[in-house]
Design a protein around this ligand. Structure first.
Ligand code: FES
Length: 192
């Protein structure tokens, strides 16, 4: 997520710094927005005489505590639900033991993914393979996903990567803060 300009910037030093608008870091943005909606100003008809700024409501992902970094054991997945409690939101967090795409922690080896196969919604629970750092094969049509490379498909019928849960570390705490990719069966990850 790129830096975001917020309409209201309570607690920010922008005014003191002589700036007219507030640019927040991704972390500040997530902490400020919580699990609700917020307002951003977007420019309509940019570059034309009709250009004007209008408010837009944006839904944000919840920030959910998942696990203590120090308590994770390599190749032992931790199950959780995200971004809601729906069965298609079941996910795993796993310390792979090698640097991986989207990984967090000291060697960027802690990743998280949704458990629902992107092909036709098959259940991938309990299919993690430590030897190959993969999830699968799916019990329906054998799709298998590489967890070291953003959940890209290794083999099988699916044609989309597994949705990756975006993580953030705060001290020893690991939080889920978003989803990269669409969860199977949804047109909007936040509307189960
Ligand atoms: S539902 Fe998983 S491969 Fe078809």
């Amino acid at each position: 997520m790129s830096d975001t300009i917020l309409e209201k910037n309570k607690g920010c030093d922008c005014a003191k710094n002589g700036k007219n608008s507030c640019t927040m870091s991704r972390r500040q943005f997530l902490l400020a927005s919580g699990a609700t909606t917020f307002t951003v100003m977007v420019t309509m008809n940019a570059g034309t005489p009709q250009a004007k700024e209008v408010p837009a409501m944006v839904a944000t992902y919840p920030r959910k505590f998942i696990a203590k970094l120090s308590e994770l054991k390599q190749d032992e997945p931790v199950d959780f639900n995200y971004p809601d409690e729906d069965s298609f939101s079941e996910s795993l967090l796993v310390k792979l033991g090698q640097e991986s795409g989207g990984g967090v922690g000291p060697i960027k080896d802690v990743v998280a993914f949704n458990y629902t196969c992107t092909h036709q919604g098959g259940p991938l629970q309990e299919t993690y393979k430590a030897e190959t750092k993969s999830l699968g094969p799916c019990p329906l049509h054998l799709s298998t996903y590489d967890l070291t490379r953003h959940g890209i498909l290794i083999s099988g019928q699916a044609y989309q990567s597994l949705p990756q849960i975006l993580l953030e570390v705060d001290g020893d705490d690991v939080y889920a803060v978003g989803v990269f990719g669409l969860i199977y069966g949804r047109y909007d990850n936040l509307k189960g």
